[in-house]
Design a protein around this ligand. Structure first.
Ligand SMILES: *Cc1c(COP(=O)(O)O)cnc(C)c1O
Length: 387
């Protein structure tokens, strides 16, 4: 039998509760600093209630894909709610953000086209690019000058061109210069797609993402229900005809069983709850993010690189990243080491996330543990090192 000696084995922690500010691991309450449940919605009573109310009527599974018999009124309602939330013509829901990216990118471009992608884009974007059959060109992280050079040199050789970027980068927590990228797209007849997976529910006045914060409109706007919205699933929004086109071409939409109707109801509830609380929650949340950032700056980290709720703390070596993560866990704090191939070699890190439901005492406790392990960290910012 073939042996997979090159496989990189990661161990998983086992939780017995939702990943809110604290999580139960092996009977032990741990502080959680690595969840993407940014607003604490995963356990919100209104979402749980929406799930309970619909599961008795709609059951658990949907039995078939959306185009067969799996499409319910709750799916339709969720897509209406998404379009409304995004102030867009239309929305399309996928069973995960991963599937949304893979399906959308491969629906937009094909052989003979080109897709231009930031070097640190999420794996699901990269997989979508590969699957599409289009020529893939990668530009250095957030580097608009380099992007312009690539566009100038290659754009004319291809029929259709797609530019795709994360807005908040998942492992670096920094923000793409989307206003400048949007301009390059407009000037060069390129489709502009953004992935707001980590920005949905966090950035922008009502939580629509970085596009809202920077008043940029992308052709395809991708968000996720899995992170700040506390549920599971992904979505895109944009012009109605484009959305209809993607719906009918994206294989990850067509060839999979419709997501559970209950989940649609909980996601609709998440959008509703966010709508009712966004201004106050986000104000409160960003104060906590600022407080944590300041705390890290006091310890000596290059805080200029921290632009979101995601804090990548580089370890001084790949081995030390694991050692630090273990020490955190011994101190009762759940964090994980992020290592290659998820991040470039030599940039292993602890990826800490602040969530809205953390208390200031919990933030202080985490900072205290970071301080105690200062000698194992590299104080440079992740993006500084990647460039
Ligand atoms: C998490 C993530 C996704 C995938 O979303 P899931 O709903 O978890 O599948 C896509 N893009 C980015 C940038 C992400 O961070």
């Amino acid at each position: 039998m073939t042996e997979f000696t090159d496989t990189f084995i990661r161990k998983m922690l086992v939780a017995n509760s939702a990943a809110d500010s604290t999580v139960n691991v092996d009977g032990r309450q741990m502080l959680c600093f690595c969840s993407n449940n940014y607003l604490g919605l995963a356990t919100h009573p209104e979402l749980v209630q929406a799930g309970l109310e619909t599961i008795s009527e709609f059951g658990v599974g949907t039995g078939a894909s959306r185009f067969v018999s799996g499409n319910t009124s709750l799916h339709e309602q969720l897509e209406t709610d998404i379009a409304h939330f995004e102030s867009a013509d239309a929305g399309v829901v996928f069973s995960s953000g991963y599937m949304a990216n893979v399906g959308t990118v491969s629906a937009l471009v094909r052989r003979g086209d080109v897709v231009i992608s930031d070097r640190l884009n999420h794996a699901s974007i990269i997989d979508g690019c590969r699957l599409s059959g289009a020529k893939m060109l990668v530009y250095p992280h957030r580097n608009v000058e380099a992007l312009e050079k690539i566009v100038k040199r290659y754009r004319a050789r291809y029929k259709r061109a797609l530019l795709v970027t994360d807005t908040v980068f998942s492992m670096d927590g920094d923000v793409a210069p989307i206003d400048r990228i949007a301009k390059v797209c407009t000037e060069n007849d390129m489709i502009f797609m953004v992935d707001e997976a980590h920005a949905t529910g966090v950035f922008g006045k009502t939580g629509r993402g970085v596009c809202q914060a920077q008043s940029v409109v992308a052709d395809v706007h991708l968000g996720t229900l899995s992170k700040a919205l506390g549920c599971s699933g992904g979505f895109i929004s944009g012009k109605a005809d484009l959305m209809e086109n993607i719906r009918n071409r994206a294989r990850s939409f067509i060839y999979t069983t419709a997501m559970p109707a209950t989940l649609c109801a909980t996601a609709s509830a998440a959008i509703r709850v966010l709508g009712a609380n966004a201004v106050q929650w986000l104000d409160d949340y960003w104060k906590k993010i600022g407080y944590f950032k300041q705390g890290l700056a006091k310890i000596g980290f290059d805080a200029a690189g921290f632009e979101s709720q995601i804090f990548p703390l580089l370890a001084d070596s790949d081995e030390n990243a694991l050692r630090i993560a273990e020490s955190f866990q011994n101190e009762g704090i759940m964090v994980t080491a992020i290592r290659p191939p998820t991040v470039p070699a030599g940039t292993s890190r602890l990826r800490l996330t602040v969530i809205r439901t953390h208390t200031y005492e919990q933030l202080d406790r985490c900072l205290e543990v970071v301080q105690s392990m200062k000698h194992l960290f590299c104080m440079e910012s992740a993006t500084g090192k990647v460039k």
